[in-house]
Design a protein around this ligand. Sequence first.
Ligand code: NAP
Length: 250
Amino acid sequence: MHGSDGKILILGGTAEAYTLAEQLASASFTIITSLAGRTQNPRLPAGQVRIGGFGGVEGLTAYLRQEPIGLIIDATHPFARQITAHAIAAADRTGIPLLRLERPLWQRQADDNWIEVDTPEEAALAIPASARVFLAIGRQHLAAFLHRHDAGFVARMIESPETAPPFRMLHIIPGKPGEAEDEVRFFLENRVDCLVCRNSGGKGSCGKIIAARQLALPVIMINRGPPANITTATGTEEVMSYIHNHWLIK
Ligand code: NAP
């Protein structure tokens, strides 16, 4: 199915996806948000929700046809590259329009001390000797830092991992990103002297970047890969404009 008569599928898991679901539901669109199912008790967005992987491009293609979906909005995290690639392939196969919602990058300020790298492996090599590091990255990337026996690591997780990562010097602290003043306190309490993070962008987790700036700490910033070659909105208002100006008039 093409055009404006199908449901809207939001590939979610981000703050922007929740806001968008709210806005689209308020505007009486039929929406389904898809969550990967990584957290045990996820906050549920407005509208319908489905949880769990689709089963690759084949599974997603079948799902799009079965519902049927008239528009896909990929609002997944900027570093969730696989689901974005699958959405592009499935949109191509089905001819269903695909819009990417991706928050803008954080921009380096004059008083930032950023060391920019492209991968977690490069980030591990860039850590100063014997540093005490706040590893603000996804848990699936922790292994890249295992060989830095000289450094101490702090990671913050909303849910503790079921099995402890094999890190001698990793301290896992339960919690969420906070405002800059909370993050300054976190850095000081945990004697952090270096931050490793990805350039995720957005306001929700920017507090740690501001805190590192205020404390003049080095930030090893893992860059995003090149943007996907698809129509992209940087905020929910742009998505609403796209829907009204391009999708609804099809
Ligand atoms: P990923 O590497 O791009 O995707 C891995 C697999 O997870 C996909 O092939 C797909 O499985 C499934 N998947 C991912 N997002 C999905 C969704 N919204 N609905 C249904 N299935 C999904 O993704 P990831 O980095 O593991 O991130 C997983 C989810 O967490 C994303 O939806 C993302 O928005 C959210 N998130 C990620 C990060 C991050 O740092 N990467 C941070 C915050 C939130 P199948 O192939 O079986 O369909």
